[in-house]
Design a protein around this ligand. Sequence first.
Ligand SMILES: [Zn+2]
Ligand SMILES: [Zn+2]
Length: 286
Amino acid sequence: MNGYFDAQGSVYEVYALRYATHCDRRSGENYLGDDPHDDIAMPLDFYCWVLRGAGRIVLVDTGCDAATAQRRERRYLHSPISLLRELGIDPADVQDLIVTHMHYDHAGNLSAFSNATIHIQEAEMQYCTGRCMCHAAMRKPFETLDVCAAIERLHAGRVQFANGDRQIAPGIDVHLIGGHTAGLQVVRVQTARGQVVLASDAAHYWDHVRSKRPFPIVQDVPRMLDGHRAIEALADGPDHIIPGHDPAVRLRFPRWRGHPDITALHLPPVAATSAVGYAATPALAL
Ligand SMILES: [Zn+2]
Ligand SMILES: [Zn+2]
């Protein structure tokens, strides 16, 4: 599938913005069917991502707001909007917003990006407004107001749907993965170091791809496992897969101007794939 869409020479800077963390999380919360005897500390971070280059800015996910983080007992570090401003980006200037899926930690703050067109999979919109939401367990990771905000944007004529693989701009394409939610999509972006895949919740940690084990918030287990293989096929190598919630992202890649919570993913890693990861995660200074 590599090279399926023509990048037309466009390359992008890619930044991970860490806006929140869940420090006291256990490994048993991160693997489906994990043995409780093996339970160890395994913190989880929350990110959104910025693609900048070829005369455009594309935001991937919008995080959540402070009130939502507090209600769900996540430690809020920054508003994603303030992190964007530190990068010199005004939210009103964001024209294209890729929403990987509609979970609360990826699709909040939509009203702050009122000029943006939302790019989402048709299956995701159907999922978060359809019969699966009759079940409390399935709708728990969604915020009703986020879903309403996406519908509002749709009725304003500023939602573009994908149905599988789609190019958003030269060098930026989305790919339907599903599994975690029915319409979860990943983003592949051309950088100076090759094709980077922002896996979002198709891989919460690098270890999910390595160990081929599923995360417990799941809509379709075999599809989630197929997704690990799909993102490996899309990326130019293990260091080109960026997991959606792994604290090791900030150890592996250079910090932008030394900022503790803005990481430059278009630059070569400063630590090898095997040097940091699941085993090292409990020791991270958060
Ligand atoms: Zn999710
Ligand atoms: Zn998530």
